[in-house]
Design a protein around this ligand. Structure first.
Ligand SMILES: [Mn+2]
Length: 345
């Protein structure tokens, strides 16, 4: 049998913190649809039997009914694929959830907080999901695999805990207990970075999710499992440091930033080093693949300028003010920056 394990699509997420560019949220939501359609196309081409969606398919707070219709129409296009969805902390199974209210395609099974087992031939699929935005019920303890000769699969959304204390509000799951149950495949969601239980978010949601994003494709033959990662997000988010110590004006900085080879990826630039000028960048003047700029530079402090020029005298006065704690570091830097700006022009 062939399956796909995906999670954390977060349909209709606003992508507010990812960027300084207002229009990028909309663009990224279109790319989210494109990545999801890539999964559907992959399923059609490879005649995949099962699609496991391990929570956070959409964001309850922002999801539009039109998006639910869009998702469901794609599910209808893969009628021979059995789809299992477990609600997560962003799309919990609550009273006004579309999971409850919407008339989903016949090939879709949505789990609730109660552990359920669905048996199809020699395959047993166990699943449960969030009943609210927070959940700590340890439903896993209620699961006992009754037939180890079958292919036993678990689908849920939660946090793997290495120790014994099951603290936390996002369905903490003991790793030991999980491994001792004896599942053949464990399909989790929640952690957006891919690892042994998690496929990672389908597309990157922010600069804490660098690298490739997509889904897991698996084949099970005679209880032997082979899985591989398939990329679905055409872009990667990347973050680089950019030293501006040898740059002397904002125009020059813009020119140099626009020379960075971003290819098709999206960049966050951390400006570092000592600045020689006031930075007040207009992101519209910078190439569109640079979507966030963080100013981590330090003001070049010309404390040595202690001579009897007008500039030297003013800086000397200012240095006294910070020594006497009449001004704080931020005020000091602000004033110093202004002095430098006036004298350098
Ligand atoms: Mn998530």
């Amino acid at each position: 049998m062939k399956f796909i394990h995906m999670a954390d699509v977060h349909f209709d997420a606003p992508f507010k913190t990812i960027t300084d560019r207002a229009e990028l949220g909309e663009l990224r939501r279109l790319e989210q649809r494109e990545a999801f359609k890539n999964v559907i196309e992959f399923i059609k081409e490879n005649k995949v039997d099962y699609l496991f969606i391990s929570g956070d398919l959409y964001e309850q707070e922002y999801i539009k009914k039109s998006t639910i219709i869009y998702i469901n129409n794609l599910f209808k296009e893969i009628k021979d694929t059995k789809i299992f969805i477990t609600p997560g902390n962003h799309d919990p199974y609550i009273n006004n959830s579309y999971y409850k209210l919407f008339d989903w395609s016949d090939n879709v099974k949505i789990f609730t907080e109660n552990v359920e087992k669905v048996e199809i031939g020699d395959i047993c699929i166990y699943g449960y999901g969030f009943n609210n935005y927070e959940m700590n019920l340890n439903q896993l303890k209620n699961i006992n695999i009754d037939n180890k000769n079958k292919i036993n699969i678990l689908i849920t959304h939660g946090t793997i805990i290495n120790g014994n204390e099951l603290n936390g509000i996002y369905n903490p799951i003991s790793k030991n207990e999980l491994l001792n149950k004896g599942f053949d495949y464990i399909a989790l969601g929640h952690i957006h970075k891919r690892d042994e239980f998690y496929p990672g978010s389908l597309i990157s949601m922010g600069f804490d999710e660098l690298g490739e994003h997509g889904f897991i494709y698996g084949e099970i033959n005679n209880k032997k499992i082979n899985t591989k990662f398939i990329k679905a997000d055409k872009r990667e988010l990347k973050e680089i440091n950019f030293d501006i110590s040898n740059i002397y004006s904002e125009d020059e900085l813009i020119e140099k930033l626009n020379l960075i080879n971003t290819e098709n990826n999206l960049y966050k630039i951390n400006l570092i080093g000592e600045r020689n000028f006031l930075i007040n960048l207009d992101i519209k003047l910078i190439k569109k693949n640079i979507i966030k700029i963080k100013n981590n530079t330090n003001l070049k402090i010309e404390i040595k300028e202690n001579n009897n020029t007008l500039k030297g005298i003013i800086i000397k006065q200012l240095n006294k003010k910070i020594e006497n704690k009449e001004i704080n570091k931020n005020e000091y830097e602000e004033i110093l920056e202004l002095i430098i700006k006036i004298f350098n022009n």
